[in-house]
Design a protein around this ligand. Structure first.
Ligand SMILES: [Ca+2]
Ligand SMILES: [Ca+2]
Length: 84
């Protein structure tokens, strides 16, 4: 029998429910990174714009102002992030 020590706990979220402690996989997707490629760029802004006009399915990861909807304003905010 071997024991494995956890080297990093940064991405582990513990949740206590009904007296049991369980690990919860954290959503590590960065806000605004709609295509989930690890970086926020103009393609993510394009995705958000496409969501705002219902060309593609809405992904609330693109909801930068937490309004509950993906709009052109969210696309603008992502674009600002992308050029910084
Ligand atoms: Ca991206
Ligand atoms: Ca929004």
């Amino acid at each position: 029998m071997s024991l494995h020590r956890i080297e990093s706990c940064n991405d582990i979220v513990l949740e206590k429910q009904d007296g049991r402690i369980t690990t919860v996989e954290e959503d590590t997707t960065d806000k605004g990174d709609t295509n989930n490629n690890g970086t926020v760029n103009i393609l993510d802004a394009w995705d958000a714009l496409s969501m705002s006009v219902r060309l593609i399915a809405e992904d609330l990861n693109a909801d930068m102002d937490n309004s509950g909807r993906v709009t052109a304003e969210d696309a603008r905010l992502i674009l600002v992030m992308a050029i910084q």
